[in-house]
Unconditional design. Structure first.
Lengths: 113, 114
């Protein structure tokens, strides 16, 4: 089966600019996750969707980050305005309902200068 | 949320077995033990998971303590390609706010020497 697709792979922006990341999960996967991974740290969960509903967004900085999953398929994560500390790899993952493995995309490496 | 504790780093020689420990003393009855690994510059990949019984697959074995408060990921013959960060994660399979939440800790950095 095709994997989780993310784009772009790399993005460089200046602070205070906005940026958006796109994720296409594996077909039929109801659960979708967005993670932020800062260099040297484990992935930090930003938001979890079940179909098109938000299950957990407790660690999403809602003053600048937003995410949506229209029609329960593709998802976008937006940062507006970006800060230097947002420089990280943003990972998307998807999983079928139940006790199944999650599949991760390659990630988007964001550099804020 | 139940937390896991892993050593920061471990080393192994190629073709030798590796035992990666994980403590999860606050595990609940509906938590499954999942292991993922992350190779350099890649997203995490699933390795194995279990509930109570030991599990084997083509990548590794998972040994779960009888009281479920700890587990060990076993790589039977380490190769250079197994050098990665290994994460032990508890995945809750019941209702509530933690349902399906996949929370990563710092993981164990595994170095494999030729």
């Amino acid at each position: 089966e095709a994997g989780v697709a993310q784009s772009p792979r790399y993005k460089i922006i200046e602070k205070r600019q906005s940026v958006a990341f796109w994720c296409n999960p594996i077909s039929g996967h109801a659960t979708l996750y967005w993670y932020q991974q800062i260099l040297g740290q484990g992935p930090k969960l930003l938001i979890q969707f079940q179909n098109n509903g938000v299950v957990d967004d407790s660690q999403l900085p809602k003053d600048r980050f937003s995410a949506e999953r229209l029609k329960g398929v593709d998802s976008t994560l937006k940062i507006q305005p970006a800060k230097l500390e947002d420089s990280a790899v943003y990972l998307c993952a998807s999983r079928r309902t139940g006790v199944t493995e999650a599949f991760f995309g390659q990630g988007t490496r964001l550099t804020v200068v | 949320d139940a937390k896991t504790t892993q050593p920061n780093s471990m080393e192994s020689n190629e073709e030798e077995p590796v035992h990666l420990p994980c403590n999860h003393s606050t595990i609940s009855g509906t938590d499954y033990i999942h292991w993922y690994r992350q190779l350099p510059s890649q997203g995490p990949e699933y390795v194995i998971h279990g509930l109570t019984s030991n599990v084997n697959n083509r990548m590794a074995s998972l040994a779960i303590a009888e009281d479920r408060k700890s587990s060990t990921l076993i790589l039977h013959r380490a190769t250079l390609r197994d050098a990665a960060v290994y994460y032990c994660i508890l995945l809750r399979n019941a209702g509530g706010t933690s349902y399906g939440k996949l929370t990563f800790g710092q993981g164990t950095i595994l170095t494999v020497h030729p």
